[in-house]
Design a protein around this ligand. Structure first.
Ligand code: PRP
Ligand code: URA
Length: 209
């Protein structure tokens, strides 16, 4: 069973509170989404493997720690996931970036695939799937299945806000995937929007409302 980590850092909680406010405009919303992603990335990379390496400082020889093991990749679920990419790359600048295009059909709330472009060596990378919202879980489940179908074995999913329904669906469908969640909300409404949530993340990031 993968981990489900709900962030308790005060800065993350404060910034998500600002994102929720109706009066927060696109520019600030985008900035906040990037900042929250950066803080979450810090937590989601906490258990990456390290190795000892001998180096020389200007003073003497010494042993330092350096990242070992798989290289990293960030895969946003389009569109809203794009709002988390820059924040992730601030923390892990060497990561490659793939893109998965899915939108939720407004009638059925089921994900519809329209794009997939991944790093050629993604099967050998530790992949961070990012999307601000985990509502029914349909989009995340489909995106992760697309990655597994390409041979990816190590996957972490990061979102800013999750509904309990989405967490259950995702952990049931992909029990091997670790989840990093900025805030766990109450429930989904009759339109499958997260309550209290923050509305439509893609529209708020790109000003398309
Ligand atoms: C939103 C969000 C997730 C999905 C979550 O995207 O960014 O991808 O809905 O809902 P789910 O868990 O029920 O699948 P949307 O489909 O609105 O597309 P967009 O990012 O292009 O706005
Ligand atoms: N997608 C969003 O952008 N917001 C929700 O609350 C649910 C799905």
């Amino acid at each position: 069973m993968g981990k489900v980590v709900v962030m308790d850092h005060p800065l993350i909680q404060h910034k998500i509170g600002l994102m929720r406010r109706t009066e927060t405009g696109s520019k600030d919303f985008r900035t906040l989404a990037g900042e929250v992603a950066m803080f979450e990335c810090y937590e989601a990379t906490r258990d990456l493997e390290l190795q000892d390496v001998e180096i020389e400082t200007p003073i003497c020889k010494t042993t330092v720690k350096e990242l070992k093991g798989k290289k990293l990749a960030v895969v946003p679920i389009l569109r809203a996931g794009l709002g988390m990419v820059d924040g992730m790359l601030e923390m892990i600048p060497a990561a490659k970036v793939g893109h998965i295009g899915l939108y939720r059909d407004p009638e059925t709330a089921k994900p519809v695939e329209y794009y997939c472009k991944l790093p050629a060596d993604c099967a050998n990378r530790e992949v961070f799937v990012v999307d601000p919202m985990l509502a029914t879980g349909g989009s995340a489940i489909a995106a992760i299945q697309m990655l597994k179908d390409k041979g990816v074995k190590s996957i972490r999913f990061m979102c800013i806000i999750a509904a309990p329904e989405g967490v259950k669906a995702l952990t049931d469908a992909h029990p091997d995937v670790d989840l990093y969640i900025g805030a766990l909300d109450d429930h989904l409404n009759e339109h499958k929007y997260i309550v209290p949530g923050l509305g439509d993340a893609g529209d708020r990031i790109f000003g398309t409302k």
